[in-house]
Design a protein. Sequence first.
Length: 372
Amino acid sequence: MHPKSTIFSALALGLLTASPCPGQVTYSTILASNYSVTGVRGDTGGNVLLTGSYQDSNQTTQGLLYEGPLSPTNPAGYSYLAPTFAAENVTTSVFYGPDTSVFDPSLGAGNIAVVGSYQYSESTVLNHGLLYEGPLTGGGTWTQIDVPSSAVGNATVLDTIPHSTMGNLVVGDYDLQGVPNSANAFIYDIATQDWTLFDFGNTTNDTTAYGIWQNGIGSNSYTIAGGSGAGLGINDGFLVDFNSQTGLFTHLAYYSFNGTPGIITHFEGITAVAGGFDLVATTDSGAAFATVDTNPDGSFGNATWTSISYPDSNLSTGDSVYEQTAMGIYSTPGTPGIQSYIAEVPEPSYAIFVVGLAGVVVAWRGKMRARA
């Protein structure tokens, strides 16, 4: 089953049905039918690197990479890189939030970093985290990155889902076996192999981290985006700064679509712009694009929202963002399967000075991710 099927079911019940603002947002489809986009990062030569998933000949979900122009996408740019781990028969995989040498020169020219999740037949739990570093065509290094039991009071970790990587860090979330509402976010330091778990004042708050942005090449300062039940709504979007040297979180702020607490507002992609950040979200009112300014004291200001739900769809998610272009997946009544799309949002008065994304998504809660 497709990893976003649970969100699709919610949409069928009428939770995600908002219409876009006519004349403000323009749409195009990308990738092949039933190919799902999950993440994007700017690459060399004006190209992008996309991550996602597709259905193989056995109708099993597998990880997908694409390098080339964003629109229209070029079928010759697909790469079907299979996770390879010793003594593990990998059965399914999904790739998320990539990084390129444009943003992390330490990767080496032409190399990429990709995170994701996978399952293998010998495992006693569900999803395992993965990190790939190397050429797009393969031959690089695969690393399993699972939240260790020792970090969670020796409980059994059921799922580890890395959602995005940039610089030295990976962000994602995990679930504990047999512990309801235990979804929580993590930060993994690739160089030191250290784990930092989120604590928003409640250990059972369904906090998930989907996007990360490094505030300058080589910087210790990062901004992380996701969703949490620790805010005012059932699940609010959040932004928080993190210093990888001191381990401190600062400037935590919560957001709801159009400023009104609802059922779900979940940030799933983040990119820096002059004066702040652009973000993409999935909400109970549909896919949404948000611009958040940074205040002089470093805190986050209010969000300016734009609905980007795909026209005439009964499902539309917001999964990634590249400059002023949001992307996700949609389905339409009477048409089987899904299609990836981009939504070009009118540029605000400030000029964009960087491109890329950290973060993506499969679904907004850990129990949904078990379908990957």
